[in-house]
Design a protein around this ligand. Structure first.
Ligand code: PLP
Length: 396
């Protein structure tokens, strides 16, 4: 059975780095559940995280249950019943547009948790300052629906608002955050400095656990914001918690030649199990389990050796790695190996924890990979095994 295998030690390594940043800066580091919400993994992060960043009611409930502490919610738009439930347990609710704020303002301000200060309300603003290169992931593109540009705040009744939130980065460094904060400060500095604003949420997209991330620069910015503006500062990375912590282990089901290509059909689907491979598109590093290899995927099992793959034609045996689905484009890519692939060989697709497990579907009824944890003592614990019942149950 195919398996998402997540390393507990790797999660803890990332979590310790993030906790160190929180301690040194006084900022609160939340887990963005949109990136990683495997409950078994959240129990590993729980001692290190200040809480969760949720995209709506379901993630908020999951975070409250499995991470505890602070629940920060931001959604482009809330449904009435969703908001009513969130008011009972969330700690921050951020609104995406002036009409959303004005629509829900009275209901929020009447709630006892808002009146007691246990729940604070904020606005997601758009500093209209792009630092990214991929439009799909850039909330500051022209025509963006995400966040309120400065000019739209003119004349709006902001009484009851005590937080500001921006999220503009994607896989970026401290300097991009500093540049964005300066742009934000120019437009929203007066509001941030006013006594009504008590928190600033700097969103996600911070690649804090990458070895070359300038953590000292981040810490100094966070301290500066706290001291100068007297606000609590929150960051809500997703990827940084889970990057380099998991792999997808697949098995070769068939190998054949057709129309000039060697095909290897795996028991996993790009479309169903790693859609970013098609959407971004993203080419994962791929390893074959072969003795004598020297590859190092993020998660390794004791007693296994891994050989690296290369671009098509780089190594002696090239295969198009494809899925067992009807979708012609359901192909992971063309990869070359030092050894010929055979039925039942294990193929390891690297870095598959974040934004992968959360996006899986049961397309074509392909059996869903197990979700398992590799414990520090080398034991593999299956946290979730999917069956026909899951497939049947999802579709009503
Ligand atoms: C509002 C918000 N916060 C946090 C995140 C997490 O970002 P990342 O996983 O890149 O750190 C995202 C990602 O899209 C987001 O939209």
């Amino acid at each position: 059975m195919a398996q998402f295998l997540i390393s507990v030690s790797a999660l803890e390594r990332n979590a310790r780095i993030l906790q160190d940043v929180a301690c040194a800066s006084g900022a609160h580091l939340l887990v963005a559940l949109k990136a990683f919400s495997t409950t078994a993994g959240l129990s590993v992060l729980r001692p290190y995280a200040a809480g969760c960043c949720a995209s709506g009611l379901y993630e908020a409930r999951l975070g409250a249950q499995h991470l505890g502490r602070h629940v920060a919610v931001y959604s482009p738009a809330y449904r009435e019943a969703e908001l009513a439930e969130l008011l009972d347990f969330a700690h921050h609710i951020d609104f995406n547009s002036v009409p959303q704020w004005l629509r829900w303002r009275a209901a929020c301000l009447a709630h006892p948790r808002v009146q007691s200060g246990e729940l604070q309300l904020g606005l997601r603003i758009n500093p209209c300052f792009s630092t990214g290169h991929t439009a799909l992931y850039d909330p500051c593109v022209p025509g963006s629906r995400l966040g309120i540009p400065a000019e739209q705040l003119q004349g709006v009744d902001l009484s009851g608002i005590s937080g500001l939130h921006f999220h503009t980065l994607c896989e970026q460094g401290a300097q991009e955050l500093i540049d964005t904060f300066r742009a934000f400060e120019k437009q929203f500095g007066d509001l941030l400095a006013s006594p009504q604003i008590r928190y600033l949420n700097l969103g996600g997209g911070h690649w804090i656990t990458k070895p070359d991330y300038d953590r000292a620069a981040l810490i100094s910015l966070l301290r500066e914001i706290r001291e100068m503006y007297k606000v609590e500062v929150f960051l809500e990375p997703g990827e940084a918690w889970a990057i380099h912590t998991g792999v997808l282990r697949a098995r070769v089901l068939d190998v054949f030649e057709s129309l000039g290509y060697q095909h290897a059909i795996l028991d996993v689907s790009a479309s169903a199990h790693m859609p970013d491979v098609l959407e971004m598109p993203y080419r994962p590093d791929v390893y074959a389990v072969h003795s004598g290899g020297s590859g190092t995927p993020a998660v390794q099992l004791e007693g296994e050796e891994y050989s690296c793959s290369g671009e098509a034609g780089e190594r002696p045996y090239t295969y198009r790695l494809g899925a067992p689905t009807c979708l012609a484009g359901d192909v992971i890519g063309d990869y070359s190996f030092d050894h010929p692939l055979q039925v039942d060989d294990i193929i390891v697709l690297d870095d598959m924890s974040h934004y992968t497990i959360v996006k899986t579907t049961h397309f074509n009824g392909v059996p869903h990979p197990d979700i398992a944890l590799l414990q520090p003592d080398g034991q593999v614990e299956v946290a979730k095994r999917f069956s026909y019942v899951d497939f049947e149950g999802r579709l009503g």
